[in-house]
Design a protein around this ligand. Structure first.
Ligand SMILES: Cc1cc2nc3c(=O)[nH]c(=O)nc-3n(C[C@H](O)[C@H](O)[C@H](O)COP(=O)(O)O)c2cc1C
Length: 362
């Protein structure tokens, strides 16, 4: 028996906890530090460590773990399918300041799933079973899994759940889409409820939570112990505190245009590498602005995507954000969350933007 950890307190505490989703090339140490300054999540995930036969854990992500400035637990995520390599890497990672080791069973990028990793593993339930068994035996600290519902069909989840139940996981995050769905709607929240009912471990709900009201609704509909937020946290670092306000019945505070402008400047500073040319820094910022711009009226995104200097970037922000009006910062496009329960799925609207292009390689 291990003594209870800070993470255990969250997983088994009285109130739902909030996690920042792992996002490759986004949720590095600098981004987590910044998010934390706005209230932040209760628990953070690293981007995934790529695990292959001869891989060594990426130094950059190890630095994130060593320099965790948030004071909150950080979970190290791995992606791969080679059992000896996964075991070897887990043993290295668990000696670092990590709260748990997590296995990625959801990455939908074809370059990943064609190599039978991430979401690709969901087509091979026996291999999932073998990997989870080997990792559970090898990992002395907490062991968690982040999964999608299946590869091509949500019905596959019925076969996956008994496997998750067998391996004494410490938590399961369910991104309630299939791999083939990528980032399109609907999100099948009723399947998260199914997991909450079937598993002894805490279940964390994930997928397209864009506002505090929606967060509360998803928690109710899924009976999940916690909520994981990804893209909405890039768009609005205020979302974690807003959800806390919503859950305790307090009025939800909205940021103003100028608050958002200040956040964009802070993001710029946090991502500014030493001697990075301005054009390269603008390109780096666009990675974040692609998500942020979804919550802003056109032609903000159109213009920002074409900006190549800090001055241009700032001028566009000034044109749109130099005001004190409150801003919801939810995706404006059709098909986004409406606040109306539509059966147990979220919305039947058209596809949202496909985020897979952000995931480059494995
Ligand atoms: C840019 C980007 C990178 C991602 N990288 C990872 C990753 O490294 N590991 C992982 O498990 N999921 C990754 N995801 C998926 C998210 O963790 C999350 O499951 C997904 O975005 C749905 O949550 P959301 O609707 O709150 O964004 C990534 C998503 C995005 C948009």
């Amino acid at each position: 028996m291990h003594p209870p950890t800070q993470l255990d307190g969250l997983l088994h505490g009285a109130t739902p906890f909030l996690a920042l989703a792992p996002m490759q090339d986004v949720t590095d140490g600098a981004f987590c530090t910044l998010i934390h300054q706005y209230g932040g999540a209760d628990v953070y995930w690293t981007e995934y460590f790529r695990v292959q036969e001869d891989s060594v854990p990426e130094k950059r992500i190890i630095e994130h773990l060593r320099q965790n400035t948030t004071g909150r637990p950080v979970i190290a995520q791995m992606i791969g399918n080679d059992i000896p390599a996964l075991v070897r890497t887990a043993k290295v990672l668990q000696r670092l300041p990590v709260a748990a080791i997590d296995l990625n069973l959801g990455c939908p990028a074809p370059v990943v799933y064609r190599k039978r990793a991430g979401g690709g593993l969901l087509r091979e339930v026996e291999q999932v079973d073998a990997i989870l068994g080997a990792l559970r035996d090898a990992i002395d600290i907490r062991f968690t899994v982040k999964t999608r519902l299946g590869f091509a069909s949500v019905e596959e989840f019925d076969r996956l759940l008994p496997i998750f139940a067998t391996h004494a996981l410490d938590a399961l995050t369910v991104h309630a889409r299939t791999v083939k769905q990528m980032y399109t709607l609907p999100v099948h929240y009723e399947r998260i409820r199914q997991a909450s009912a079937a598993l002894r471990c805490p279940v964390i709900a994930n997928g397209h939570v864009c506002s505090a009201a929606q967060a509360q609704d998803v928690l109710t509909r899924t009976n999940a112990r916690g909520l994981m937020i990804g893209r909405a946290a890039i768009r609005s670092p205020w979302i974690f505190n807003q959800i806390r306000q919503q859950l305790r019945g307090a009025p939800v505070t909205l940021p103003t245009g100028r608050d958002l402008w200040r956040y964009i400047r802070a993001l710029w500073d946090s991502q500014a590498g030493a001697n990075r040319p301005e054009k390269v820094q603008c390109a780096r910022m666009k990675k974040f602005m692609n998500y942020l711009g979804e919550g802003l009226p056109a032609p903000f995104l159109y213009r920002i995507r074409r900006a190549e200097t800090a001055a241009e970037f700032n001028r566009i922000c000034e044109d749109f954000l130099d005001h004190d009006q409150p801003m919801a910062l939810e995706p404006l496009e059709e098909g986004a969350w409406t606040g109306r329960p539509a059966g147990d799925v979220m919305s039947q609207g058209r596809a949202v933007r496909d985020s897979s292009s952000a995931i480059s390689d494995w």
